[in-house]
Write a new protein. Sequence first.
Length: 759
Amino acid sequence: MNQLAQNPADAPYLRGLNPEQREAVLTTDGPVLVLAGAGTGKTAALTARLAHLLFTRKAYPSEILSVTFTNKAAREMRERVGRLVGDAVEGMPWLGTFHAIAAKMLRRHAELVGLQSNFSILDTDDQLRLLKQLILAADIDEKRFPARSLAGLIDQWKNKGLVPADIDAGESERYANGRGGELYAQYQARLIALNACDFGDLLLHMLVILKTHRDVLELYQKRFRYIMVDEYQDTNSSQYLWLRLLAQERRNIACVGDDDQSIYSWRGAQVENILKFERDFPGAKVIRLEQNYRSTPHILGAASGVIANNGGRLGKQLWTELDAGEKVKVIGVWDGPEEARRVGEEIDSARRSGKSLDSVAILVRAQHQTREFEDRFIATGMPYKIVGGFRFYERAEIRDALAYLRVVNQPADDLAFERIVNVPKRGLGDKAVARIHQLARATHVPLTTAAARILDTDELAGPARKSLGRLVGDIARWREMATTLPHAELARQLLDESGYTAMYQNEKSAEAAGRLENLSELVRAMEEYDSLGAFLEHVSLVMDTEGRVAEPQVTIMTIHAAKGLEYDTVFLVGWEEGLFPSQRSLDEGGTSALEEERRLAYVAITRARRLAVIFHAANRRIYGQWNSSIPSRFVGELPPEHIESETTLSGGASLWQANWSDRADPFADVARGTGRGPGWQRAASAGGYATTPARVVEARASAVSLGNKGRDDVSPGLRVFHQKFGYGTIAEIEGNKLEIDFETAGRKRVMDSFVTLAP
């Protein structure tokens, strides 16, 4: 070790590093910002830098603060450094996540914020339970102002480093007509009384201590000779202020990150933190890692072309020594089902050529997009897995909705009744449900029957009796409606009338918005089946296939979940305006949200090692309505020399394409915020808007569905058009259902309202 301290250039941890990585390792003193592009080996550089500080004896292990964002990243860092420095890594108590390190500090100084050192850390359930108590005591309607909304708001305030005294009237108005700040103060006081913290408190309390107790701040400023931070672009205000305070004395802080991969603003991350690093630490050295070891030149060129449209970047140009490889494919299809079919065919072809499914991923912008692919893969026997979330039919809101439908379809389904009896909350506690169970067992009847019978007794008190009576009446009414109403429409009404939809509409959070999108996708999926029973049978078969993980599988996940991962082949689906970039995000965040959406596109493309395939559809079905779409503006930003375009559109596609032919730059008048240029209309859709060409709107307005024509005008032999299956001829008619021989899709049975007369 003495020899290495004198001549570190020969150190084993430097072998294989490129010049920029070596510079990042050897530049130890003063502030350093390492801009590490996707796939440029930043973890190798960060690990080697930590080993270098130890090998050269610039600091003892206990004098280095090394911060990561996840426990997984912390474990990986500790393992890698351990392989380089051996037992020395065990003496690094300050290597871990922000929260883990802050908790360790806080236990040493808990009394300074009114806590004891053995304080508890509340989980989400405990936090919500406490907030509900406070909301009830404040006589606030928790249905209108859910505890989860208040929890999210308090978390936002803590991420910004705001204590209750910092909450002004404007911020306080964000909950319960101005009572947010008051409840935040009560919540914090209650936590102190319980000798407890939530996760946000770990950093917030330490930030308060460092600001108000100079002796504690100086203690840690002297202790930490060097500070290293991974994924600096993902820091929130509280983390940023905490780091800046600790680093101000010695200024030996090295931050590694990529402003082009800052995609977590929804959980408090601020890209501005990395952009202003040089201003915060004058004289800072900026080192750019630009040699990519993951992707081909065409993939890097496509990603760089898109991200170059963002303003305020620190800037870098990725390059690689790998072979050029295939160009990025851009494929236009007619609709969502065709997109799923085409992706499945591409994957199946790759599998037959010897490629492992484990090296293939499908990346979606929103979770509800996974349903189309799951159903397709189940039908064709394609093994798949969902990463970073549940399979579509496993999600809590979907299981709840299905339970309602099962109760309507099958009165004896006790498990389904148990699930929905108090969801949303109806004031039916465990005792009330237990009494229903007792009566059901004693009389040998299903729970729904027992629930109806118990209303004729004195077993339940007033409020519970009233709530149960309303539910029993609703179930009976929904069963009657099921005999005449189309099952998809029944599901829509059921979810609205039960209060289930309103439960999430009142919960103003990104998570709630995603659940509403999933419910809309569930209803849309039901339209493809002839009856409620047929749909529920399909779901049962889907659930029966889960858990079979012995063979290689295609990975399906959101782009957010894919950050840090890589695959040989990546399918990027749903690249249409309104879906990606997300219209809801644009409406809420304007230009800054658009730039984050573009960073998401950059992250998505750079997950691919060998092939990236981008899909966009001319039509999407949302809330049961077909909406025309145009390709995402990000498609228009792809450099032509790096892409290979293909379209499989047919039938009405020429009309869709014609709207582009007379525009020199079809993206030029698409506003970068929430507006639209001339010639485009905004059509209401789930979670935002779908952009619809005016000519398509006019053409649709003139089309007449067969369901609106007189019955004498509809007869076998009539030529018709269906937006999914194309042109065909009516073979048989049964009420409002038609058997149609389609030219390309074969014989299908469809509702008459979904087809129009062929020209």
